[in-house]
Design a protein around this ligand. Structure first.
Ligand code: GAR
Length: 207
């Protein structure tokens, strides 16, 4: 049974999608937040999942916060750590500690629009397609190897709300998919930092 720890900072709808996917061979060991008021914690607790809060404001530096966060995570001996709307920049040391077992979802077609306000920036840039990306986390923000992307058209009357709502629906599809691949031991990252994915019949693709 693979142990998964999910980190959230707010609503937690991606965490919810992963929990609801009911992945065989995996157990959501804990949902951890840097904010005590994160809505996602309520859903997790209501579903019998252990929750914890490591408040970033209680620490003098990123290093100290990340060390405390890693302690809370490692108590659950995770095979995989899933960032699901976790809105803290992580130190290199933290990211290296979870190398190859740390996934993130970002609401844009990376490498376009790393950082914040992705939907607004996509509209301002006038792009015709937009979407979401699941990637392995590496020390450079929003730059890790891409696992799966969802692409949607930008419609003429889209605003930030309509675009983000349509992207979010696809996030809820691709994130459980990526986590399922990992749990089934079909998804990994090579020493060269390439994504390796085996299909159902064992054929391996790399990119
Ligand atoms: C999601 O859209 C996720 O892609 C984004 O925050 C939202 C969290 O929603 N993540 C980032 O922007 C990370 N840089 P959720 O809490 O309902 O899953």
């Amino acid at each position: 049974m693979k142990s998964i720890v999910i980190l959230v900072s707010g609503r937690g709808s991606n965490m919810e999608a992963i929990v609801r996917a009911g992945l065989a061979g995996a157990r959501i060991s804990a949902v951890i937040s840097n904010r005590a008021d994160a809505k996602g914690l309520e859903f997790a607790a209501a579903h019998g999942i252990a929750t914890a809060v490591v408040d970033h404001k209680a620490f003098a530096s990123r290093e100290e916060f990340d060390a405390a966060l890693a302690g809370a995570i490692d108590a659950h001996r995770p095979d995989l750590v899933v960032l699901a709307g976790f809105m803290r920049v992580l130190t290199d040391g933290f990211v290296r500690h979870y190398e190859g077992r740390l996934l993130n979802i970002h609401p844009s077609l990376l490498p376009a629009f790393p950082g914040l306000h992705t939907h607004r920036r996509a509209l301002e840039a006038g792009v015709r397609v937009h979407g979401a990306t699941v990637h392995f986390v590496t020390p450079t923000l929003d730059c890790g190897p891409v696992v799966i992307q969802a692409v949607i058209p930008v419609l003429p009357d889209d605003d930030e709300d309509s675009l983000s709502a349509r992207v979010l629906k696809h996030e809820h599809r691709i994130y459980p998919q990526a986590v399922r691949w990992f749990v089934e031991e079909r998804l990994s990252i090579s020493a060269q930092g390439r994504v390796l994915l085996r299909d159902e019949v064992g054929e391996e693709a790399g990119w």
